[in-house]
Design a protein around this ligand. Structure first.
Ligand code: ZN
Length: 118
């Protein structure tokens, strides 16, 4: 079986993703913090920004998009979808009310515009 794209490799790297050795200012103390794709944290190797300052040692774990979504966040997504449905239903009702009001305003406007006498 041949792959669809001929020649070019499939892009696994996303643009804007930090790379090993990238430096940025630490959000906590402002010192240089270095990005490490293999930072050991809680028994796992995760990509993270690690502050260079020994006094700070702030580590900012980078979550890769598309990696396993936890049950909790999946539940959260479902909840927000339901909420959005409720909101749109309320919005529809509100819009209908606004439309009715809008017609009334238009009528008043045209009455004002069609003032008799010049
Ligand atoms: Zn720091």
């Amino acid at each position: 079986m041949h792959s669809h794209s001929s020649g070019s490799h499939p892009e696994r790297r996303q643009p804007g993703r930090p790379q090993n050795g990238d430096i940025r200012a630490c959000p906590n103390c402002g010192a240089a913090s270095e990005f490490s794709e293999r930072y050991r944290f809680a028994g796992e190797v995760v990509p993270a920004w690690v502050c260079d300052s020994p006094a700070c040692r702030e580590h900012d774990i980078v979550r890769r998009p598309g990696t396993s979504i936890s049950n909790a966040s999946r539940k959260l997504i479902r909840a927000s979808k339901k909420l959005r449905a409720d909101v749109s239903r309320t919005m529809m009702r509100a819009r209908a009310r606004v439309e009715r009001t809008g017609v009334a305003v238009e009528r008043t406007d045209s009455k004002l515009q069609r003032k008799p006498g010049k």
